[in-house]
Ligand binder design. Structure first.
Ligand code: NAD
Length: 505
């Protein structure tokens, strides 16, 4: 394990990126970045103050008219170059993400970084396809058309689970559409967002278009959300904080986009390929140590195949290799922090009173003891209304429950406050099709769980929020439509003026 990129030196100029340069925060409060695999500090920085947020918003506001005035082709060219710079820096990005989050290098190298490069390339193309939908003579006497315009300056707040991808998901659609942005990453994972902003600048995206403030949620975060010069708030994080963000944004009448928590159901019908479903459940629940808002968390399995499924999942979980996240052979790294690991362990300990821990349920001892590791955990015997089934755990924990009828499976799948993602496993196209229609979630996979692609939207139903990341649907959040109407008659006394001018012809 180690800090080959020497974070403290790399970010010696500071851990805020404002107006095109790195600089220090001025809050007077220090935040450490800890490698959760070792518990060692890899970086220490001064958090952003409200004044730093003001500076970032001012830089973004200043850059906005020029950036919005660039042609779609110019913005597209810059984003294509941006994708190229990110691809050149893939190794540094992957390493830094692994060290600050504890993600296996396999995951950052094969998923986080290529996903981010692909997202950037997607938005380079999409920038040239921003369209208003209608143009025509709807009244007979006028020509109407719709302009799609940027919102202005966007304030975004991101969580710690996929810091690089979250920065990309927030920044790319915003700037592709001609907005400028101030992004606040999570305090404990500030580094890859800075690398992302630096790469944007190297690609020729003007200073001030992308700004990063690394500050505390309660002060810098709330100050950003309520800032009068921010036209829109885009937030990804927990539902509890999302509610607070919504209150502040609503009070100042801002456009709001919320990507919140999840508790994805994983429904296995009795005609499913059980080997495939078991592989899907293990990969889908353990990805990123389960710290994924779409992770499979509640498997509902039809009674005839329940025992076989539980046994297959337990066997597969035992094959997953915990280890040093920088080792390419490691399957599962630590959780993002010791605090998060202890939170997850708390859920499992409380569940022991009413459920069975089939495998896992503990932190590994020995070499891994000092890291924030937790073993893959399988739980059965819990009731639908228990804490472990209803609450977002955000750890490597899968709960399996049996069901009898298809009606019951769909009702159980819909029975949490969340609605971000779900999957249905069946060889019967009609059963799977019904599940895709009736499960209330922003994404339903059939015979898989987790894959995302740049072309398709990501976003929640219910308490998982509203609005979409990725895909052209994200432009609905980051643009506003304007109706423009021209008179075609050149007549002074128009027909509709009768409403004002009485009987005059
Ligand atoms: P969190 O809600 O604790 O924090 C998210 C961000 O909000 C951080 O940057 C934090 O500093 C900031 N924040 C905290 N308090 C704030 C306040 N009062 N005002 C403004 N900002 C504030 O979430 P987390 O623990 O960092 O991340 C895990 C959560 O994120 C999970 O609930 C997960 O489901 C969710 N998530 C959702 C999606 C999605 O697409 N729906 C994606 C990733 C993560």
């Amino acid at each position: 394990m180690g800090d080959d990129y020497r974070m403290q030196d790399r970010f010696a100029a500071g851990t805020q990126y404002i107006g095109g340069r790195l600089r220090s925060g001025t809050s007077g409060r220090t935040q450490d970045v800890i490698d959760p695999a070792t518990g060692e500090r890899v970086h220490s920085y001064e958090l952003a103050s409200a004044a730093d947020v003001d500076d970032a918003v001012a830089a973004a506001r200043e850059a906005q008219p020029g950036w919005a005035g660039a042609t779609p082709g110019e913005r597209s060219d810059a984003l294509h170059r941006f994708a190229g710079v990110l691809a050149e820096r893939a190794e540094e990005l992957a390493h830094t993400e692994t060290v600050q989050c504890g993600k296996p290098i396999k995951l950052t190298t094969e998923f986080d970084v290529p996903g981010t490069v692909d997202n950037t390339a997607f938005f380079a193309g999409a920038a040239r396809h921003l369209q208003g939908q209608s143009a025509g003579e709807y009244s007979g006497d006028h020509t109407s058309y719709v302009r799609r315009e940027p919102i202005g300056t966007v304030g975004s707040i991101a969580p710690w689970n996929y810091p690089l991808q979250m920065a990309a998901w927030k920044i790319l659609p915003a700037i592709a559409a001609g907005n400028t942005i101030v992004l606040k990453p999570a305090e404990i994972t500030p580094l890859t967002s800075l690398l992302f902003a630096e790469a944007a600048a190297e690609a020729g995206i003007p200073a001030g278009v992308v700004n990063i403030v690394n500050g505390a949620g309660k002060d810098a975060g709330e100050h950003l959300v309520g800032h009068p010069d921010i036209a829109m708030t885009s937030f990804t994080g927990s539902t509890a904080v999302g509610r607070r963000v919504a209150e502040i944004a609503t009070a100042s009448v801002k456009r709001l986009h919320l990507e919140l928590g999840g508790k994805a159901p994983f429904v296995v019908f009795d005609d499913a390929d059980i080997e495939a479903a078991a592989h899907g459940a293990v990969a889908g629940s353990l990805i990123n140590s389960g710290q994924d808002c779409t992770a499979a968390t509640r498997a509902y399995v039809q009674r005839p195949v329940y025992d076989a499924f539980v046994a297959a999942v337990a066997d597969l979980m035992a094959t997953v290799r915990l280890g040093d996240p920088l080792d390419p052979a490691t399957d599962l790294g630590p959780l993002v922090s010791h605090l998060q690991r202890d939170r997850v362990a708390g859920f499992v300990e409380r569940a022991r009173a009413y459920a069975t821990v089939v495998t896992g349920g503990e932190a590994p001892q020995g070499d891994l003891e000092r890291g924030a590791y937790y073993r893959p955990t399988l739980i059965t015997g819990a009731d639908q209304d228990s804490e472990i089934v209803q609450s977002e755990i955000f750890g490597p924990v899968l709960v399996v429950l049996p069901f009898d009828t298809d009606d019951e499976a769909i009702a159980l799948a819909n029975d949490t406050p969340y609605g971000l993602a779900a999957s249905a496993w069946s060889r019967d196209v009609y059963r799977a099709g019904r599940a895709t229609r009736e499960i209330k979630a922003g994404c339903v996979w059939v015979n898989d769980h987790i894959p995302i692609i740049s072309e398709m939207p990501h976003g929640g139903y219910k308490a998982s929020g509203f609005g979409k990341d990725m895909s052209v649907y994200s432009f609905e959040e980051y643009t506003q439509v304007k109706h423009v109407m021209y008179d075609n008659t050149a007549i002074a006394g128009k027909d509709w003026h009768r409403t004002i001018f009485g009987d005059r012809p």
